[in-house]
Write a new protein. Structure first.
Length: 271
């Protein structure tokens, strides 16, 4: 007798949101905090914000705004430590010894301040409060499923619009916002689609786009730090050349990823 494959359970965006919040909360309890745990927390919070966006139409404006603000603010104290670590890594191959030593001291100071001030504990407590609030949400299974479909379409539409803004004016801020939208799309597709989904290609493209735009943002941050230190023009020109390459590849990939209208993207079985 041939066994039928077990059907994949229906995706529950609220369960996914709460699982990511819980993961971030638990990783913040690791002592002492290190780069790996901070990276894990930030990634979990990004996935949580993607899951929240999938629930957008099933929530009131107040519910959505409160949790989105909570998750955004929870990530902020960790961002400076992450940026300092990334800059140190990028500087390893450059002749920038004094700057690297200052950044190392700054990173250690930021990490110590985060722990000594109780900042990490406060973020953890706020995430616990978020878990308590979201546990009280009353959203039917049908509403969650419908919201997830429209939520993914909204994420796609917003990323597509942001791409147009970048094409018109490729500022560092616009590119960074586009990266965030690509991350939300990749996470949303990963949540909603099974491992054998025909949308896997779209998810991989969104992941790759976010990676390239992330590298561009890191180089922009490095260039700013070097300018403040009075770095030579030759080093800055090399960074700008590398950024131009990353942006060109990102634009090419983005046009492929966002080639469909939002309605066609929602209706298509594959992308």
């Amino acid at each position: 007798m041939t066994r039928r494959p077990t059907p994949r359970p229906a995706f529950d965006a609220r369960a996914a949101l709460r699982a990511e919040i819980a993961l971030a909360r638990d990783r913040l309890a690791v002592s002492p905090l290190n780069d790996e745990s901070i990276h894990a927390v930030r990634q979990a919070l990004k996935r949580a914000r993607a899951a929240l966006r999938l629930l957008r139409d099933a929530l009131s404006d107040a519910q959505y705004a409160r949790e989105n603000t909570c998750l955004r603010d929870a990530a902020r104290p960790l961002a400076k430590v992450r940026d300092a670590s990334v800059l140190l890594s990028l500087l390893a191959d450059l002749q920038a010894g004094p700057l690297r030593r200052r950044l190392l001291r700054s990173r250690l100071r930021l990490m110590s301040a985060l722990c000594a001030s109780g900042g990490a504990d406060e973020v953890r407590r706020e995430l616990e409060r978020s878990l308590q609030r979201t546990a009280r949400w009353r959203i039917g299974a049908d509403s969650r499923a419908a919201a997830s479909r429209t939520g993914l379409q909204r994420i796609y539409r917003k990323g597509r619009r942001q791409m147009q803004r970048v094409l018109e004016r490729p500022s560092t801020a616009a590119l960074h916002e586009w990266r965030k939208q690509a991350k939300y799309l990749a996470a949303g597709l990963a949540f909603l689609e099974g491992p054998a989904s025909r949308r896997t290609r779209s998810r991989k493209m969104a992941d790759e786009l976010a990676r390239r735009l992330g590298e561009d943002h890191d180089l922009a941050t490095l260039a700013l730090a070097l300018r403040r230190e009075g770095a030579g023009r030759a080093v800055l020109r090399e960074l700008e050349k590398e950024r131009a390459k990353l942006q060109k590849r990102g634009m090419k990939l983005g046009r492929r990823l966002y080639k469909r209208s939002p309605a066609r993207f929602r209706a298509a079985p594959s992308c």
